[in-house]
Design a protein around this ligand. Structure first.
Ligand SMILES: Cc1cc2nc3c(=O)[nH]c(=O)nc-3n(C[C@H](O)[C@H](O)[C@H](O)COP(=O)(O)OP(=O)(O)OC[C@H]3O[C@@H](n4cnc5c(N)ncnc54)[C@H](O)[C@@H]3O)c2cc1C
Length: 501
């Protein structure tokens, strides 16, 4: 392979360019990224998983450099408000993991399993994880050197600034940037892509093409006609409205996901503003209604703020690699942004592609194996997202009734997992058996089931036996309180990066 052309200059395009340049530019592979001056980037997507840290670490890009440039903040996890109506379960925290969890996770799982058997013990994630404690206190999850346990964390960032930052880095690694709108795609007789034609009649040929054209999926879906598999039958949200609001004095180190009448609202803290959005189903709510509800929720009914309305296509392609074309980003699929997994899937796709590519030319078997692996990732993430809706006890609107009533098309893997939970079996063992721990690990599954209140409650509870009641939750509180003393205030930590710019 001598030349790669990436079409699309959104986050997916520039991330792909950087990973590919790091892998192959020293071997003489030239990389060109073509970006349309007419079609903008999607410009939303402000939250990440801990995988983004790995991306920057591998490129040797320090937080001090990229975070201030992108108005970025730290993210310990996600707080879910209003998803459950069960008394005492109205809010829960889904934490990112930490080395310290080795101390507290077994206690959480012990209590969760005991609660499943009807024992009256505390079993929500909130009081068992350092990430949750740090988020509660608006602390930065960066462990100081004298604290010997790392905390894994994600980030919040301005997606437009992140794109610009990645572009600068990619150009420094020798990626060529071409501004031009692709008007036609030329194929060889055997079907592979030969070149893209830009407005003004310039043609760019290459051995390999990366489709990062967003939802339009110009190369993979439109040219190579790879089918799209919709997830719409069990993920109903297909639209979003986004607007900013003023940031608070204390900067939270968590994303807030609040259930709304026809979807949910995100609140993402950046250093200079909150990014807010309402992800909803257009079958149940008009764009105007959604904007009104979001504004009312934020206390911004009459505020003069820039508002963006977006549509989303939820699902994935059947094959991410077809012929000499790899689709990355929205062009390969999108699962609604509830757990902010899109950039993780971008990284995963390009990293796994690089791994396969270095094993030699793609045979049919390797190609199928690659596509299956990426499909499994998409479906694995989808199943976790779907579980938020299946476990919600909200029934107050048509939207929630439709969401929770629809038990069709829940994957066999999910059915097995739900059955295991309801039968009070060892869920961690079932996750291992189903081989789904690499998409979402056991603590995430325990967190969602217990957090949503899918456990015995009220009169279903009995007094715990001595063995079941062996965890002293006040001692866990005290342990985490003392651990948290080692961490800095979030705003102060971010200011430190800004002053070292
Ligand atoms: C409401 C919403 C919330 C989201 N929240 C998150 C989140 O919290 N976390 C997360 O990880 N992700 C999130 N995402 C997803 C995230 O925004 C995207 O995955 C990410 O921005 C990558 O987009 P992209 O680069 O694939 O596409 P885009 O940003 O749409 O870029 C497409 C590129 O293709 C180019 N292009 C298109 N047509 C042509 C053509 N004919 N010729 C040349 N160039 C062309 C455009 O110029 C543009 O540069 C969210 C998405 C939505 C809709």
């Amino acid at each position: 392979m001598k030349k790669i052309v990436i079409v699309g200059g959104g986050t997916a395009g520039w991330m792909s360019a950087l990973i590919m340049a790091r892998e192959w530019s020293r071997q003489g592979v030239s990389i060109c990224l073509v970006e349309s001056p007419e079609v903008g980037i999607i410009g939303v997507g402000e939250g990440s998983t801990p995988a983004l840290k790995l991306f920057f670490d591998r490129l040797n890009i320090a937080e001090q450099e990229w975070m201030p440039a992108c108005n970025a903040t730290y993210k310990c996890g996600i707080r879910f408000d209003g998803w459950s109506t069960h008394a005492g379960f109205e809010s829960y925290f889904h934490p990112f993991s930490a080395a310290l969890d080795r101390q507290t996770l077994p206690m959480f799982m012990h209590n969760a399993q005991a609660r499943l058997r009807g024992a009256n013990v505390y079993a929500q994630p909130d009081r068992f994880f350092i990430a949750s404690r740090l988020a509660q206190q608006c602390l930065a999850p960066v462990a100081p050197e004298h604290f010997p346990f790392d905390v894994h964390y994600g980030y919040h960032f301005d997606s437009t600034l992140l794109g610009q930052f990645l572009r600068k880095k990619a150009l420094a690694l020798g990626v060529v940037h071409e501004l031009g709108h692709v008007v036609a795609v030329k194929q060889h007789e055997h079907g592979d892509i030969a070149s893209v034609q830009l407005a003004g009649d310039k043609h760019i040929a290459a051995d390999f093409f990366v489709d990062c054209t967003g939802f339009s999926s110009l190369l993979l879906q439109k040219t190579l006609a790879v089918p799209f598999i919709s997830y719409a039958n069990n993920l109903l949200n297909d639209a979003a409205v986004a607007l900013p609001s003023a940031i608070d004095e204390k900067i939270p180190s968590q994303t807030l996901a609040t259930a709304m009448s026809c979807g949910w609202a995100w609140k993402i803290p950046l250093t200079n503003r909150y990014g807010n959005g309402y992800v909803y189903s257009s079958a149940f709510c008009s764009a105007d209604q959604a904007e009104y509800e979001l504004r009312a929720h934020l206390g911004l009914l009459d505020a003069d703020v820039p508002v963006r309305h977006l549509r989303m296509k939820i699902g994935r392609v059947e094959q991410h690699l077809a012929g000499n074309c790899l689709a990355v980003g929205l062009s390969q699929g999108f699962i609604e942004p509830l757990e902010a997994t899109a950039l993780f899937l971008v990284q995963q796709t390009v990293a796994v592609f690089a791994e396969y590519f270095t094993r030699g030319e793609f045979t049919h078997r390797l190609r199928d194996e690659f596509n299956q692996r990426i499909n499994n990732h998409f479906d694995g993430v989808r199943d976790y997202i779907v579980t938020h809706y299946k476990t919600s006890s909200r029934r107050d609107t048509e939207y929630w009734r439709a969401n929770t009533a629809n038990q069709q098309d829940v994957s066999p893997v999910m059915l097995a997992l739900y059955r295991s939970w309801f039968e009070g079996k060892d869920l961690a063992a079932e996750i291992n058996r189903l081989q789904i721990g690499s998409y979402y690990p056991a603590p995430s599954w325990y967190s969602i089931f217990t957090g949503m209140g899918i456990v015995p409650k009220g009169e279903q509870l009995r007094t715990a036996t001595a063995e079941e009641a062996c965890i002293d939750i006040n001692a866990v509180d005290e342990f985490l309180r003392r651990c948290a003393l080692n961490f800095s205030d979030h705003r102060a930590q971010l200011a430190r990066w800004q002053s070292s710019e």
